[in-house]
Design a protein around this ligand. Structure first.
Ligand code: MOS
Length: 769
């Protein structure tokens, strides 16, 4: 990283602490539209099949392609035999590193704290096709044919010879060689406050254990798919399952040495992603390359195995949490260290140390994250990257400490509630974790009891609790806003709908800002021909767009006021912007409700068809100045069969503190989805990795077990709905917090039911017998 950009980053971070606060957003207390459980505006299109997903785009002369994957983990390709495939029915071309169009290595995202501008968002900077093999399952050829069946058959006929080398595949064999990563998603890998190891030695009560979490893979319903079509002028249009259309655009432009305006990416609907579609993986680039090679539009849809081969999941982790406390439960030492795996070509260090940076006041703190490099597909962010597995360790350890002290685990958390951010000393912008916790406990019927003290026939019953946390991120975004002479409004930005309710919430939000009914507001999205949105990642897209929509609506209203109020003898003459409120389809004086004008009246009077503005939200100084997080407390009841070891989750309640909730329905659904995914991590999810071959052994939903309906109990969701005075609409991100704390809550409940402490996920029955 360049020293200059890194320095600028540090200066901006530091300077932000001295910036004055922005005026709080008046909308944070308004409830006409925001917060209502408005049903999804895209719901009908989705259930009727009218919503087109990336794999469903069709063109004249569309060809289909299938990938050939390496069968060794490391080595060099000595020969690729393509003749049989080339001769097969319907095959148009077999593309390998020997005959592929020219491609530069894809640009990966630089470390966030480097201050460098990303040139692309690839997951790995390896050559897209090359003679070197870096993992088992790496694409080594792409077969293009008239139909998908012909492409798959052709791919099965390609023979690849290798000179194999010895790969590094065993995490346990190399973990003692772990080293510090450059960064941990923007944070320093080490935090040291006080002398935590010494304080631990002297503590009255000590808990010190290792916790392990396995590899996980994202299993979105929609498989990764791309349709690529080049035009006669060297322009390229991609329909691609992604969390960030502009990231695809920039990456593809860099790989094919195109001006970015030559690449258009269209993605309106995404069938889930959880982080897997946050980066550009080689399937997308190969689709564009194949379309270029055969001069026809090409369709690449990965199989489920294909996704496991090409798209990395969550790293394995081994974490040590050591807690020292006095007899009253006051933390004197908090140590969270450990190792995760990554690759030399896509260094994502799973930030499991995150929750220890933010959750508890402690006299001394040590966080130290290390990485090892393995020869695998590169790992990436998966829902709640960091806290999802970090809370398993930290929140299990807190439960162990509470047990040791004979304290209610909620009481232990209350005693150690942080009043400033432990790792930085910054003030919290808004933190009501204890309130969420108390409301949750009352509603759930939280009753701490001794382990193994409740039983229902063969079933041992236990309750568990764990804190949830995910930090607030906001990337800049641009939104275009327009009001039309018929009194309707349109918002435009490139964001995709990844399933969280993006369009629905922004329509509600803009309707509230503009004083319009929701059916008068349209939201147009999912296309790089529209202004650049923030990515849908790090739980940020909604809050990023709320800020940008706020800015765009205000700019639009100021423009309207200056046209309607200045000079012209209308009801709004000699009115200042701060004297106005938006309601009833227009702008009205707060001090005199009769003085005002609808948007339609203003535009008709001016003889204008529409008025349009564009606004870009600025840098997120608020998240630099304040410690800003979403919080929650997860409560569950489990039943463990004493004879079989089977664990059933019987009841769940998540109580959250995430600022103002913008839509009761989509938010509740988002929290629930996270909890369901967390139940998977707790009990069933595990990518089985063969350390001899580097092959993933369970790349299918038949063998990689995500929760099904019968695994999921009734999940009740509470939220404080207390606005954050430092964010637009008072909102925080909520996309990922739901999964955090879940595995720990289950493990703690299993301990409460059985007296057995399981420190390795998933909690399968063999570990309990
Ligand atoms: Mo998220 S795991 O940042 O898409």
């Amino acid at each position: 990283m360049s020293a200059f950009s890194r320095l600028m980053y540090l200066v901006i971070q530091r300077a932000a602490r001295y910036l004055p606060d922005k005026a709080p957003d008046p909308l944070r207390h308004k409830h006409d539209q925001l917060g209502r459980p408005l049903p999804r505006v895209d719901g009908r299109a989705k259930v009727t099949g009218a919503a087109r997903f990336s794999a469903e785009f069709r063109f004249d002369k569309l060809a289909y392609a299938s990938l050939v994957y390496s069968t060794i983990a490391k080595g060099t390709i000595s020969r690729i035999e393509t003749a049989a495939a080339e001769g097969a029915d319907g095959v148009i071309a077999v593309i390998t590193y020997e005959n592929a169009p020219m491609m530069k290595n894809p640009p990966i995202v630089p470390p966030y704290n480097s201050g460098e501008r990303p040139k692309g968002t690839a997951a790995s900077d390896l050559p897209v096709l090359g003679d070197k093999v870096h993992w088992n399952g790496q694409p080594v050829a792409i077969v293009v044919a008239e139909t998908l069946d012909q492409a798959e058959h052709g791919a099965s006929l390609v023979r690849v010879r290798y000179r194999a080398e010895r790969p590094r595949l065993s995490f346990d064999a190399v973990k003692h060689e772990a080293t510090a990563p450059v960064d941990v998603v923007g944070e320093e890998p080490t935090v040291e406050i006080g002398q935590a190891e010494q304080r631990l030695q002297r503590a009255e009560v000590v808990i010190d254990h290792l916790y392990r979490t396995p590899r996980h893979n994202h299993n979105a319903m929609e498989l990764h798919a791309t349709v690529a079509a080049w035009d006669d002028h060297g322009g390229l249009t991609l329909y691609d399952a992604t969390q960030y259309v502009y990231g695809v655009k920039d990456t593809i432009a860099a790989v094919f040495s195109l001006q970015p305006d030559k690449v258009r990416v269209v993605t309106k609907y995404v069938g889930g992603s959880f982080g897997s579609k946050g980066n550009v993986w080689s399937n997308t680039i190969l689709c564009a390359a194949a379309a270029k090679a055969v001069r026809r539009p090409v369709h690449v849809a990965l199989s489920r195995r294909g996704v496991f081969n090409v798209v990395g999941g969550r790293s394995v982790t081994e974490q040590r949490v050591a807690l020292g406390a006095d007899k009253n439960g006051h933390l004197t030492a908090l140590i969270h260290t450990g190792v995760s795996a990554t690759t030399p070509h896509g260094p994502f260090a799973e930030p499991f140390g995150a929750p220890a940076r933010y959750l508890y006041a402690t006299d001394s703190l040590l966080i130290d994250q290390k990485i090892v490099h393995l020869d695998t597909v590169t790992n990436t962010a998966m829902r709640g990257p960091g806290p999802s597995v970090g809370t398993f360790a930290l929140e299990s350890a807190m439960d162990e400490l509470a047990h040791e002290l004979g304290l209610d685990p909620l009481e232990l958390r209350r005693i150690n509630e942080a009043h400033t951010e432990p790792s930085t000393g910054r003030r919290f912008s808004s933190r009501h974790l204890l309130e969420a916790s108390e409301r949750g406990a009352a509603r759930f019927g939280w009753q701490p009891r001794a382990p193994r003290s409740r039983r229902d026939g063969a079933w041992l019953v236990g309750q568990g609790v764990a804190a949830a946390q995910y930090h607030v991120v906001r990337f800049p975004a641009t939104v275009r806003a327009r009001v039309n002479a018929d009194g309707t409004a349109v918002l435009q930005t490139s964001a995709q709908e990844n399933g969280m309710g993006t369009a629905t919430v922004q329509i509600q939000h803009a309707a509230e800002r503009l004083g319009l009914p929701v059916d008068k507001v349209a939201f147009e999205y999912g296309d790089t021909n529209l202004p650049k949105s923030a990515p849908a990642g790090a739980s940020n897209q909604t809050v990023a767009l709320v800020q940008a929509v706020k800015d765009a609506c205000e700019k639009l209203q100021r423009e309207l006021l200056s046209l309607a109020g200045n000079g012209a003898p209308g009801p709004l003459s000699r009115t200042r912007f701060d004297q106005l409120e938006a309601r009833d389809g227009g702008l009205f004086r707060k001090d005199d409700g009769r003085r005002g004008e609808t948007y339609a009246a203003i535009l008709q009077r001016l003889g204008r068809e529409f008025i349009q503005v564009e606004a870009t939200s600025g840098l997120p100084f608020e998240t630099m100045k304040y410690a800003m997080h979403s919080y929650g407390m997860q409560f569950c009841e489990v039943r463990v069969n004493e004879e079989s070891g089977e664990v059933r989750v019987a009841r769940w309640l998540g109580s959250f503190d995430c600022g103002r909730i913008l839509n009761a329905k989509t938010a509740t659904s988002q929290f629930r989805g996270g909890i369901i995914m967390g139940i998977g991590a707790a009990l069933t999810e595990e990518t089985l990795f063969d350390e001899r071959s580097g092959r993933i052994m369970n790349p299918s939903l038949a063998e990689y077990h995500v929760p099904v309906h019968l695994d999921v109990p009734h999940i009740e969701i509470l939220y404080t709905d207390i606005p954050d005075d430092h964010t637009a609409a008072g909102a925080h991100g909520i996309g990922e917090i739901g999964i955090t704390g879940v595995a720990a809550a289950v493990a703690n409940a299993v301990f409460n039911a059985t007296g057995r402490r399981i420190r390795e996920l998933p909690i399968t029955l063999d570990k309990l017998l």
